[in-house]
Design a protein around this ligand. Structure first.
Ligand SMILES: Nc1ncnc2c1ncn2[C@@H]1O[C@H](COP(=O)(O)OP(=O)(O)OP(=O)(O)O)[C@@H](O)[C@H]1O
Ligand SMILES: [Mg+2]
Length: 254
């Protein structure tokens, strides 16, 4: 595998049980330190693509190969890969009745056995979780219940939880889809700054072209389960956008 690669997809295809082809022969390599965005209309296969990268959705065809571990197929490899892969979700996937700190501590669970994780985690984990909250500027909300936070603050807790895993790769599925434009800018710039500072590779899915162009180093354009563009934002042209958003008004996404 190429030295700069962190994950490589080889002809990855996903067909769901209802025979729907969600991804078709996707081959691509994610590189170290890259901040990449998958851009596509609703149903293009963005979530499916992200989920194949840690086998939450195992590919029906093809292979996912990860740096230093090899092909994602056997469970010890998958466990190690998931441990070093942080995930961020559109709906945050936080436990609302727990505090921000307790949620961030969940990011440390992969470092402990099941039985150990039933007891309070060691001080080192608490320290890491607090540092992560500090990095997303939420230290003053550490003990606030998540249900009492705003959407933007919840997503910052989501980022802190992923960061507490000390990941090499971040996968973020529509991280700003539930946020207003101001919070969206705040979240994307924070995420980019953290990933760049820590050398974490990131793959985000978005459906807004402007945000993808402003924050990414690389855009992967997906249409009907196929990669139709892969390159720097400066090379993305109107005809690519037309292909990505076939049938949708471009005015609605730009
Ligand atoms: N579990 C599933 N079972 C069957 N079909 C599915 C399943 N998940 C997704 N699909 C279908 O696969 C296709 C790709 O879905 P996917 O969720 O990956 O798209 P997406 O680009 O993330 O869309 P959105 O922007 O709406 O989140 C869609 O046609 C969807 O209906
Ligand atoms: Mg999706």
């Amino acid at each position: 595998m190429d030295k700069s690669a962190i994950v490589r997809l080889e002809k990855v295809g996903v067909t769901y049980q209802n025979k729907l082809v969600a991804l078709e022969s996707v081959s691509l390599q994610l590189n170290r330190g890259e901040f990449a965005v998958v851009l596509g209309a609703s149903g293009a296969g963005k979530s499916t693509l992200l989920r194949t990268i840690n086998h939450l959705t195992p590919p029906t065809h093809g292979r996912v190969i990860v740096d230093q571990l090899g092909e994602l197929s056997k469970s010890p490899i998958l466990r190690l890969h998931r441990k070093r892969t942080g995930m961020i979700f559109q709906q945050y996937q936080l436990i609302e009745r727990c505090s921000a700190l307790e949620n961030v501590l969940m990011g440390r669970l992969a470092y402990h056995s099941f039985w150990r994780s039933l007891a309070p985690l060691p001080q080192l984990d608490q320290k890491i979780a607090l540092q992560c909250l500090e990095r997303v500027n939420l230290i003053d909300k550490a003990l606030t219940l998540v249900k009492n936070l705003s959407g933007g603050q919840k997503q910052r807790v989501g980022i802190a939880r992923a960061l507490a895993q000390q990941p090499q790769l971040m996968l973020a599925d529509e991280p700003i889809a539930s946020l207003d434009p101001a919070s969206s800018h705040q979240i994307l710039s924070l995420l980019r700054e953290i990933c760049k500072t820590d050398g974490i590779s990131a793959l985000l899915s978005l459906h807004q072209v402007d945000f993808a162009k402003e924050y990414s180093d690389r855009i992967i354009g997906l249409a009907h389960g196929r990669v139709i563009f892969d390159g720097p934002p400066s090379r993305l042209e109107t005809h690519h956008l037309e292909e990505i958003y076939t049938g949708q008004s471009l005015a609605a996404v730009i």
